[in-house]
Design a protein around this ligand. Sequence first.
Ligand code: SF4
Length: 341
Amino acid sequence: MNQDQMLLEVRNLKTYFFLEEGTVHAIDGADFAIGRGEALGVVGESGCGKSVTGQSILRIVPYPGRVVEGEIIFYRYNKRPDGTEVQEAVNLTALDPQGEEIRSIRGGEIAMVFQEPMTSLSPVHTMGQQIMEAIILHQGVDKAEARRRAIDMLRRVGMPQPETTVDSYPHQMSGGMRQRGMIAMALSCSPSLLIADEPTTAIDVTTQAQILQLMRDLQEDLGMAIMFITHDLGVIAEMTKRVVVMYMGRVVESASVDDLYYDPKHPYTRALLNSIPRLGQQRAERLESIKGVVPDPYNLPPGCPFHPRCNSFMPGVCDVGDPMNIEVGPGHEVRCFLYNE
Ligand code: SF4
């Protein structure tokens, strides 16, 4: 990716949780980048570190977790008076998580939507009040203008009767409406990056399809980038063009969606793909599931963390050394000893 089109760069990120039982390496040296206006998919089983990656970017990792190493660089594009742009790099890991700068980035330039809207919506404020608060905080407009923009955004996300719904409380809405409300709130400040963490997992299939379509349309209209976090490879194929696969807090493969689906390299990616139903597959055909279980986070296996579950395990190699990232094709990287010279 060209440096002048970079929006976010994550370098050797490590986020650990310090618990009485031991230290959990939730993210253990993750590297990836997102370009301006790009939709990137982040996929993996639960517990692979994908949600903590989103939290690390926004610096909202819950206690007792914290970013211990690495850098997250966010690129801003400021307009000069002559209309040209100048790139400014902000190291998010160097900011105070409670400080003013990250608070203005959070919800302003980078916004996040979650699987369960009630975790980020206040039950005692109307949807309109919550959207208006974000608009007033980040855009410095008066109340009347903020309300007008809130109604407009609710209309854009397909909320029924936005002039009335703006005064409704979250508990008066259906799950799909709450999800639309949360997306409206996230998009109300025109963020350059939206982090969407399993945003459609908890809602019915029809509403899920509508919300995915809505996010795709808004992404194109607003030219914003999306980091789409999910365990669902079908959703990734619909929403993104490039994908990173995470396992035990590391990126084990990154590729275009086409390369990943038609030419997966990492044994974990192959196993993930074999575990999803395919069009035309006989109902009676049993889906392959990934053998074994995700390792105990307090007691990681030595060498490649996938080796106890891997069909291509090489004794004396995979349980001894730690594989490095290798480029196997244009824009296609994999972290596995099978591809070492
Ligand atoms: Fe499997 Fe070895 Fe590759 Fe790990 S390094 S995924 S154990 S082949």
